[in-house]
Write a protein of this length. Structure first.
Length: 309
């Protein structure tokens, strides 16, 4: 049991056509729900920390919680920085013990993205840490990631091949139609599978990453709204579309919004039904269980990663 990189995880996933869930964490109950699910399913696991999580919980607390989860479950877990905005934050996370970092240079020009990514790769690799980068821009809002639909751009396959060759990056997040947040599509859901297939053909040994891949499960949306929420019209990526994407090199599937919805639905329900109760454990316990159930469902039915350890 240890903190591990994603290198072996991704190699096995590529070979056997499954994906690894990368779940965003913010507090103890979220971490416990996720790791308990992964232990039951015997599935590889990535826990990732965003800029918002770092501000909310502080890096030291999150790192120690992940270490406690490893000790408690006996799992090997990758601790990943999600959407690192510059070299400095990536360096800090490498120095703090993260085993994987993402440098998101997608807001920059192609050449500048390459320069920044290469700088992070050189530092991280020298310390035994793997690197994810992003090419193309996903629309949507989640934590500090804010891109409007007009600024979103799909990943160019030829540029992806050149980018990987010139940077030496270990995995690549691509834009093929997903977006951040709970409102991913205004019309019919769409993923550009032909673009994905071409990217995978050009860089078959590079693990590809699907950001903004929450399904926005409607049971949780309905429960949130039933108990006072206002998340009408929320729509995510259908599970069958993610399963199809996994066939073409998608090895890492990022999930955050579904965790938030599962937790919030149970908290709202408990508080509405028990107005005299003020013990946080009474509503955080069911919220933790809801996260565990949801993560188990993802591992079994979307990622096809059960019993792969």
């Amino acid at each position: 049991m240890a903190l591990v990189t994603t290198k072996d995880m991704f190699a096995k996933a590529l070979k056997n056509d499954y994906a690894i869930g990368a779940f965003n964490v913010n507090n103890m109950e979220i971490i416990q729900g996720i790791v308990d699910a992964a232990k039951i399913e015997q599935a590889p696991l990535i826990l990732q920390v965003s800029a918002g999580a770092r501000k909310y919980a502080k890096p030291a607390y999150l790192t120690k919680l992940v270490e406690a989860a490893i000790e408690d479950t006996g799992l090997d877990i990758a601790l990943h920085l999600d959407h690192g905005e510059d070299f400095e934050i990536c360096k800090k996370c490498v120095d703090d013990g993260f085993t994987s970092v993402m440098i998101d240079g997608s807001k920059h020009s192609f050449e500048e993205n390459i320069r920044i990514t290469k700088e992070v790769v050189e530092y991280a690799h020298a310390h035994g840490v793997v690197v994810e980068a992003e090419l193309g821009k996903l629309a949507g809002v989640e934590d500090d990631v804010k891109v409007d639909a007009r600024s979103a751009t799909f990943t160019d396959p030829d540029e992806a091949a050149e980018f990987v060759e010139r940077t030496g990056v270990d995995s690549l997040a691509i834009a093929i139609g997903t977006s951040h947040g709970a409102y991913k599509f205004k019309g019919e859901p769409y993923l550009d599978y032909e673009r994905l297939k071409k990217i995978h053909t050009l860089i078959p040994d590079t693990p590809l990453v699907l950001h903004g891949a929450s399904t926005v499960l409607q049971d949780f949306v309905a429960k949130c709204n039933q108990y006072g929420g206002q998340v009408a019209g929320a729509q995510g990526v259908p599970e069958e579309m993610i399963r199809e994407a996994v066939k073409y090199g998608i090895c890492k599937v990022n999930i955050d919004t579904d965790l938030r919805l599962a937790m919030t639905a149970e908290v709202r329900k408990f508080i509405m039904e028990n107005p005299a109760e003020f013990d946080p454990r009474k509503f955080l316990g069911p919220a933790r269980s809801a996260i565990q159930d949801m993560v188990q469902h993802k591992i079994r039915n979307v990622l096809n990663a059960s019993n792969t350890l």
